[in-house]
Write a protein that binds this ligand. Structure first.
Ligand code: PLP
Length: 416
């Protein structure tokens, strides 16, 4: 039977109302081009939001920002680049654009991001094999900050720069510092499904003016200083358009509000699932981690949930025209990437097997939440009314970090 309910999406654009004003401004001044006042102003807004000390270059996509970031880190054909495996393919694709070699790293179970132990093992091993990795691509998956300090200590120990993929993490922070400022270079995305959108767009964050100048040079076809068009380097057409930047300006006015609404969705799911055995609503291990909860993800352990799986829940949602989606399939398991080296255990794979991303938009209405709630209640047959108890964080992760580390150290990691 055809379901006539309107579709509830995982994450859809949420306009503030001010976007139109800035777009009109761009039209009125005829700056309908990949440069203009709104590009400058959007960059300034981002800079002020993240940290006035950083430099922001607005680009046509997050993927373009990763590509330029790798170029600025001097990644060349044949170089090796370490990359979190549990992520969207765009984190790694630019490594292949450059004919460099991705080396994938497993996740740890606390934040689901790059495991510091597997990272160090990979670095030691690659160096022993004769090639020191050129860069580390870290990811704040679903807006959840990775173990920033642990990863940074390892990067500094081996003097390998970090390219921080904060595409999903604008508005998140770690120990009070904003995600998007932790890498030697960092990347944001403003694609249609992200925490804020410019319809399509991205940014490269750097710590020197020189890097920004170089990024703009490469993003505008690498034109040398001459009256005619003179080129001695390969360039790209990667700048953000002034129209898109106009939308971005309007979105910046509601960013914090959207973060609060997404976090409220996470609290909604914690409450919804708190009495359902086997379901863990992913959240951060401590107060140090502030997530924008771009997407709320859960795991369902069928051994504890009467055999109900993440797939069962996804199909039940789909029958009510509600979108949910498996976690990113780990890149080392993708046909495109499976020939490349991988360091780790099966944390990313285990999460993929039992995980699910739930509708998390900042614009979900009360009736939509009710539909979500009803699907969950029906599937898990909750008899008693979902009580208005205080929210508790469930601790039924697959493994806690310490036992994971012990297992990992014992089985896979040789200490010298
Ligand atoms: C969205 C996303 C990107 C790519 O950003 P685009 O703007 O879509 O090119 C890169 N990495 C991650 C983790 C993302 O979620």
């Amino acid at each position: 039977m055809l379901n006539t309910n309107t579709r509830i999406y995982l994450s859809s654009p949420h306009m503030s109302g001010a976007e139109q004003k800035y777009v009109n401004q761009a039209f009125d001044t005829n700056w309908v081009a990949p440069l203009g006042k709104n590009v400058d102003a959007f960059e300034t807004d981002l800079k002020n939001y993240l940290d006035p000390k950083v430099y922001v270059t607005a680009l046509s996509s997050g993927t373009a920002a990763i590509h330029l970031g790798l170029l600025l880190l001097d990644v060349k054909a044949g170089d090796e680049v370490l990359c979190q495996s549990l992520t969207f393919t765009a984190s790694a694709n630019p490594i292949l654009y450059l004919k460099a070699i991705p080396v994938f790293i497993d996740s740890e179970p606390d934040t689901w991001n790059m495991c510091p132990i597997a990272l160090e093992k990979a670095i030691i091993d690659r160096i022993q094999l004769g090639k020191k990795p050129k860069a580390i691509v870290t990811v704040h998956l679903y807006g959840n900050p990775y173990k920033v300090n642990a990863i940074r200590i390892i990067a500094e120990k081996y003097q390998i720069p970090i390219l921080e993929d904060a595409a999903e993490a604008l508005g998140s922070s770690y120990k009070g510092q904003k995600c998007g400022t932790f890498g030697d270079l960092s990347v944001l995305s403003f694609n249609g499904n992200k925490i804020i959108t410019t319809s399509g767009g991205g940014a490269l964050i750097s710590h020197t003016e020189k890097e920004r100048t170089k990024a703009i040079f490469l993003a505008t076809q690498a034109r040398d200083n001459a009256i005619h068009y003179e080129h001695s380097e390969l360039g790209y057409n990667y700048r953000l358009s002034n129209i898109c930047a106009s939308i971005g300006r309007g979105q910046m006015e509601v960013l914090d509000e959207h973060v609060a609404l997404r976090r409220d969705m996470n609290a909604f799911y914690k409450k919804l699932f708190q009495d359902i055995p086997g379901v863990y609503v992913h959240d951060m291990p401590s107060e140090d981690y502030f997530s924008n909860h771009w997407l709320t993800a859960i795991t369902i352990n069928p051994n504890q949930s009467n055999g109900i799986t993440a797939t069962d829940l996804r199909l039940a949602f789909e029958a009510d025209n509600i979108e949910s989606r498996p976690l990113w399939k780990p890149l080392h398991l993708q046909p495109l990437y499976q020939e490349y080296p991988y360091y780790g255990n099966t944390v990313a794979q285990d999460l993929f097997d039992i995980g699910l991303c739930l509708p998390s938009g900042s614009n979900l209405t009360d009736p939509e939440r009710k539909r979500i709630k009803n699907v969950v209640k029906d599937l898990f047959k909750i008899k008693k009314k979902i009580a208005s108890k205080p929210v508790v964080v469930r601790k039924n992760r697959l493994l806690d970090f310490n036992s994971f580390a012990k297992l990992f150290l014992g089985v896979h990691f040789k200490t010298t």
